[in-house]
Design a protein around this ligand. Structure first.
Ligand SMILES: [Zn+2]
Ligand SMILES: [Zn+2]
Length: 288
């Protein structure tokens, strides 16, 4: 098993360069759950390099409440240095730890060329692609009053549709390797009664771009109370020949490799008998 989605810093906490001991502890926790390789995939928006290239992307949104909410969220997060993060992870690799250098890259509408420019020159092993915003609407920040008011204002179907459009643009940009938490809009528990249209489009986007899809236990820790993706979407990925990774999306050591055994059951039920592993952004199949 793999855990290809790990953060070093909980949201709302300051970023510090990880020590070798901290990364070794992540590996130990993973190994105890049968996970033999992990990828560090900190959010791109935690880094000052992203701030320089992408800050203000929310200015196009017509809603001032959403713009202000996102500007504050961004200002709270964008403080770490990407070079030091890369050095720390490469140092752990050089010390023999089974870690990969990755990032969780967000979708920035119309700006994926700027994202690619920020990423250029770094020796990443794997890049996750995530849609976290629709315009300035950070739909997955469940609990934030501005975000929840927007959920009440829009229809669930319109949110899923806009999300899927963003996912399609992200996939077509080919900037990333793995679609993270593919059906993320269910995070707060609001789902379309018939999601088939969006599931079909998500599977097609992954298949046509050559991306893998992530199977993540994080949804079990959210109001959605279900892994990402839902079994019906995972079945579509399998039918479309989309390879998969496994992930916890932990933001600290306690959730590293969370529910790996349950993910194994989901994969077997969907017919998967291998996982996608990466080195230097080149994929190969490995046993589950
Ligand atoms: Zn994410
Ligand atoms: Zn994440």
């Amino acid at each position: 098993m793999l855990d290809y989605h790990l953060h070093l810093w909980p949201h709302g906490t300051a970023a510090s360069t990880p020590t070798l001991d901290e990364l070794a502890a992540y590996c130990d926790t993973a190994a105890a759950a049968g996970v033999t390789e992990i990828a560090l995939t900190e959010h791109l928006f935690r880094f000052v390099q992203a701030d320089a290239a992408l800050s203000g992307f929310w200015d196009d949104d017509p809603d001032p409440r959403l713009r202000d909410q996102l500007a504050a969220y961004w200002a709270e997060h964008a403080h770490a240095d990407l070079d030091r993060y890369v050095e720390a992870v490469l140092g752990a690799k050089a010390a023999g730890l089974p870690v990969l250098l990755g990032l969780e890259v967000d979708h920035y509408a119309g700006r994926m060329d700027k994202v690619a420019a920020v990423l250029e020159g770094y020796p990443f092993d794997v890049l996750l692609g995530s849609v976290h915003w629709i315009g300035a609407f950070g739909f997955d920040q469940v609990g934030d009053p501005v975000v929840m008011a927007e959920w009440d204002r829009r229809s669930v179907e319109s949110i899923w549709d806009a999300y899927t459009g963003a996912l399609e643009e992200l996939a077509a940009s080919r900037v990333c390797d793995v679609l993270a938490h593919p059906d993320l809009p269910k995070v707060g528990g609001r789902r379309p009664a018939v999601p088939d249209e969006w599931y079909d489009r998500m599977a097609e986007a992954a298949a046509s771009s050559g991306m893998a899809a992530e199977v993540s236990s994080a949804g079990w820790r959210k109001p959605a109370a279900e892994a990402y993706p839902a079994p019906a979407l995972l079945a579509r990925f399998h039918k479309a020949g989309v390879p998969v990774t496994t992930a916890s999306d932990a933001h600290g050591r306690p959730d590293v490799a969370a529910r790996a055994a349950d993910l194994r059951v989901l994969l077997a039920d969907a017919g998967y008998d291998s996982l996608a592993a990466y080195r230097g952004r080149t994929r190969r199949a490995v046993a589950i």
